[in-house]
Write a protein that binds this ligand. Structure first.
Ligand code: KG4
Ligand code: ZN
Length: 337
């Protein structure tokens, strides 16, 4: 690694993204193209459509970030591409594109685990004054992932707990759909909840006060499904949305508190994933971190959701540690941290 800027590529789900970071972590350029418009008619991500859209847009997006960064491809220090976990078609598009550039330019290639990207985002200099030191607790709260991870060092991740059924973002999306809200449901449900009374409909609180930090959301979704037919007004719908969000935040707070108990040396609680955008969830987690005397670190929303900045940064950390990957590294739809 000659210490040049690193290109990051992300195509594991429904965001096509590219970014260029200087070796010190300064973001030189970043771009994300959401495929929301392509998938909305189907009410969810269609893998085949996603892969084709990544293929159509990744080259132009890459050229755009290189131009914006003022970097010639030949001056890159390396190329990092998400190689799992995720939808295999998109992973193949992103990783193969990255490898092609690595071969053509004779640069190191880094196969980045998408979850490691989320895990290390809080360490990008400038993200938090003073930076986040290992070890820290990561709460990964997205549509596809829901887990508590002890981040002990680069490549040293210990999963403390995860969901037994739906991911938390999935729970938001499914409950939002039951409430007649458009996909993706999380932001719409949060907006509806704002005018609701969270105490009006008592909902179950799965896993609350159980030991450990596993999650479960399918029972909550069932309770929402059973309550929806009783709703008569917009106020009723808002009340149910508020109750759902209130219970999810309470459950996440309970699980996060246990996770911190399992990780006595933690320096911070870090949240990532789309659900980290939710203000009710953030407030509840903030309370837990504060009770443990720790800061709650939440990267800016655009870096909580899927992006290529985090992939480039994981590439920089790995290259710095002398790590890169062979060009026959195979993308993996499942790749636990
Ligand atoms: O991390 P992300 O962009 O993509 C992956 O799932 O990998 O997360 C998307 C998820 C969706 O389920 C979406 O509904 C949820 O995050 N989400 C929210 C909010 N914004 C996004 N959930 C609750 N409140 C929000 N404000
Ligand atoms: Zn993600």
């Amino acid at each position: 690694h000659g210490g040049g800027p690193v290109l990051g590529l992300e195509a594991s789900c429904d965001e096509t993204a590219a970014a260029v970071l200087a070796p010190d972590g300064t973001i030189l350029a970043e771009a994300v193209r959401s495929q929301l418009a392509e998938h909305t008619p189907f009410g969810g991500v269609v893998p085949e459509i996603a892969a084709r859209a990544h293929l159509a847009h990744l080259p132009a997006l890459t050229a755009k970030v290189l131009a914006e960064a003022g970097i010639a491809a030949a001056d890159l220090g390396g190329i990092a591409a998400t190689s799992g976990p995720g939808l295999i078609g998109g992973l193949i598009v992103g990783a193969t594109f990255g490898k092609g550039m690595a071969i053509a330019l004779d640069k190191p290639f880094v196969a980045v685990n998408h979850l490691e990207g989320h895990a290390l985002t809080a360490r990008i200099p400038g993200m938090v004054p003073g930076g986040v030191e290992f070890p820290f607790l990561l709460l990964l709260l997205s549509g596809g992932h829901c887990q508590c991870v002890a981040v002990e060092g680069l490549g040293r991740y210990r999963r403390l707990g995860s969901t037994l059924d739906d991911a938390v973002g999935e729970a938001f999306d499914k409950s939002a759909k039951l409430l007649g809200l458009p996909w993706p449901g999380g932001p719409a449900l949060e907006a509806l909840a704002r005018t609701g009374d969270p105490k009006r409909f008592p909902l179950p609180r799965p896993m609350l006060r159980r030991p450990g930090c596993d999650f479960s959301f399918s029972g909550l979704k069932t309770a929402v499904a059973q309550t929806v037919p009783k709703l008569a007004s917009d106020q009723d719908r808002a009340d149910l949305a508020a109750a759902f969000q209130y219970v999810v935040a309470a459950v996440l707070a309970d699980r996060a508190s246990n996770a911190l108990g399992m990780m006595p040396g933690a320096t911070a609680m870090v949240v990532a994933g789309g659900v980290a955008a939710n203000q009710g969830v953030r407030a509840a987690l903030h309370g837990v971190a504060e009770a443990h005397g720790l800061p709650l670190v939440a990267p800016p929303i655009r870096l909580c959701t899927d992006n290529a900045v985090m992939i480039a940064w994981a590439g920089i950390e790995r290259l710095r540690a002398g790590l890169s990957d062979p060009l026959d590294h195979a993308p993996r739809p499942r790749w636990p941290l």
